[in-house]
Ligand binder design. Structure first.
Ligand SMILES: [Zn+2]
Length: 163
């Protein structure tokens, strides 16, 4: 398949955009989403961008801990938050991680493991995240039938204010 945006061969199918993307456009999509997350998360744009430049997107998972600007970035991803919300719905367990607090933020909260793996592979960034969780297996099968399910679960948790 060709990239939906240019003539290059595609590298990744984005269920988020419903498009085939080449490496360049895939990286742009991920980086833009992370940048938007940071900018939208009440951080003033300039600071937010400086924080981004000094940490994630470019080196996505180099732990993402950075105290610059007084904001601590963390590296929980879509699956972590989807799991927390599902456990809340199923078992009434209160989530232990938050997307953001006053001086704390997870810029990858809506980036899936599949996206992150593809991104890191492309950038030669070592990534080793593994899950062994029945609820996540369920979420993944839901995602296959209805792309975007995990994002919807996370969004509902966000609206409820539990994550
Ligand atoms: Zn392209």
């Amino acid at each position: 398949m060709k990239c939906s945006l240019c003539d290059e061969d595609s590298y990744f199918y984005s269920t988020y955009l419903k498009q085939w993307l080449c490496k360049k456009h895939f990286a742009k999509m991920i980086e833009r989403r992370i940048r938007r997350n940071i900018l939208n998360n009440k951080f003033k744009s300039k600071d937010g961008y400086e924080i981004l430049k000094s940490t994630p997107a470019y080196k996505v998972l180099e732990k993402l801990f950075n105290e610059k600007g007084g904001i601590k970035l963390d590296s929980y991803i879509l699956e972590d938050f989807a799991l927390e919300v599902m456990k809340y719905f199923l078992n009434g367990e209160n989530p232990v991680i938050k997307i953001s607090k006053e001086n704390y933020f997870n810029p990858l909260y809506n980036v899936s493991l599949e996206e992150l793996e593809a991104y890191c592979k492309m950038k030669n960034i070592e990534l080793n995240i593994q899950y062994n969780d029945k609820i996540l297996d369920f979420l993944n099968s839901m995602e296959k039938r209805r792309p975007g399910s995990k994002i919807s679960v996370v969004e509902s948790g966000r609206i409820l204010g539990i994550i």
